[in-house]
Design a protein around this ligand. Sequence first.
Ligand code: DOR
Ligand code: ZN
Length: 345
Amino acid sequence: MQSLTIRRPDDWHLHLRDGAMLRGVIADTSRHFARAIVMPNLVPPVVTTVDARDYRNRILDALPEGHSFEPLMTLYLTEETNPDDVEEGKRSGLITAVKLYPAGATTNSASGVRNLDKVMPVLERMAKIGLPLCVHGEVTTPEVDIFDREAVFIETVLDPLRRRLPELKVTMEHVTTSDGVDYIRSSAANLAGSITTHHLIINRNAILVGGIRPHYYCLPVAKRESHRLALRAAATSGDPRFFLGTDSAPHVDPAKECACGCAGIYCAPNTMSCLAHVFEQEGALDKLEAFVSLNGPAWYGLPPNETRITLVKRAAPVQFPKKIETGAGSVTVFDPMFPIYWDVE
Ligand code: DOR
Ligand code: ZN
């Protein structure tokens, strides 16, 4: 196949940041994607509907002329979140989901949740009004090995929560393990998972072999090869419970290339090209549209996009910039470590 026309995709997990960084990165998403679920982990985080409305306006202001793009806003769940404010956000159409960061799990998660009991009134209200919870599924317990944090989270936090509140819709974001894939597959209802582009391409060797490579470091951290293969099988299966959430997470290069580098991979510019490559490798180009354009809207109760994009396979590798310059500093673009021939027309 040399060309593939699909409905315009959406990104169900994206970091856009704010200010100069927002203005520097937004076009890399709005060029190809119609909508994105925007993560609320700003400093300070987006915790109230007023914060979310203001942030949405800043995103729309940063959009280049002629780009149409719908930011789908999320609230950052804290132990102080007010259920009435959440309900108002959902009723007004502003809020698409609430994000649970276990405190300390990742970038800007210090205001996250330490004790789930404290947020049960919010979660109960969300279950009642049908508002999904997006979950960063890692425990932060220091005794738990970082490579096991997702599996332990499922067993000790997510599964008990879902048994306590089976009506709550939960998106397990950026699934990185076969444990996560199996858990989603085995659930009867109200559970879905997003998968990033980079976790379909790299395993932990990319971070550690031949030198430490900070631009492959993200959270949850990439796992061993068997997990990457399980993610590929899930993404390319057509199973409606799996969809794209790029987790494109820009950090300026000095914040990554240092003694304690930030977690995050910036994959927005070449995500669609990388995915076409992956799906072609798996003999599943016919499943790409489900993964990037159909399964996500169905899960979030939104219509799929009416416009289309066309992917074309070029004779020579497509060149992507190694870095982009933003007003905040340079940001390194995800390097899949293989030539890519697929281009968005
Ligand atoms: O790698 C990551 N980067 N994982 C996250 O959960 C947060 C994100 C960020 O905000 O940079
Ligand atoms: Zn993220």
